[in-house]
Design a protein around this ligand. Sequence first.
Ligand code: DAH
Length: 341
Amino acid sequence: MRDIDRIRREITQFQLSDAVQLEAFRLQFLSKKSELQGLLGAIKSVAPEERKNFGQQVNELKQLALQVFEEHKVCIEDAALDVQGGGIDLTRPAESLTLGSMHPISIVMNEVIDIFERIGFSTVSGPDIDDDWHVFSALNFAEEHPARDMQDTFFVDVHPDVVLRTHTSSLQVRTMETQKPPIRVVCPGRVFRNEAITSRAHCIFHQVEGLYIAENVSFAEMKQTLLYFSQQMFGAETKIRLRPSFFPFTEPSAEMDISCNICGGKGCSLCKHTGWVEILGCGMVDPNVLENCGIDNQRYTGYAFGLGIERMAMLKYKTSDIRLYFENDVRFLQQFTAATQ
Ligand code: DAH
């Protein structure tokens, strides 16, 4: 029993601060030839009335030695790692980097611009907040035209003449006022309309306006340019059709549909079972507009078109709710990481 007390003291007082001392500890207390092992072997030769108590004490001693050994082993190994890696576990797998993505509206916008830049259009931008002249009057909107109505237009309170632009056609005017023909531009931008937000409409959206003014520009040229654009954007098999329409700033005017790229023209809910989806408005620039912008309408003609980016994104990414593009839900946006690279 005296040995037990002594060994207990030796265990608790043993200097354990490096691997060499740890090994010495193991040899002294845990190896087969250790004194403690000898005591364990001696249990059976102790007198029966003392055996239980003795056995218990020796076993507790063994547990103590094991516990001290394990605790110091972990500390000493950790310290060794710290020395190697300066406190960093170099074997740990790296955390994956979360990549950001470009917003799908920017991706589609850039794609539209790229397609037109490849055939000689340059890009022009202008103010989101504009005046009545650039948004309506110069574009031949009659004084009583419903687009000027409170239902549609956000007016800026401080001045009745100042509005959030309802379309990027205002940039046609700004371009014609400052450039001389030939003019060949696309004008991307954000537009605003006082409309209820639904799965198909939003009060903010994006458009790209196109304008080409030169001598002898024809409707046929416009048609071919828009066919080229549609096939670049939606695939070589895409068909277009033009329907007569009305815009104050073009004469004649048309709306253009593309064959539905979701059902391939067979009919689905997106194309309302017609096989066609509208993507833009277009037409020959009205001579009044040319005159309003200081361009000789006897010498020059031109075409213009305006397309909606959200509509295009919905077709391209097969999404049925426009609100997804404004909510910034990362689960939605993360899906565009690959398209960004
Ligand atoms: N500005 C029209 C809109 O917001 C779109 C448009 C139609 C633009 C015909 C044009 C055009 O340049 O020629 O709905």
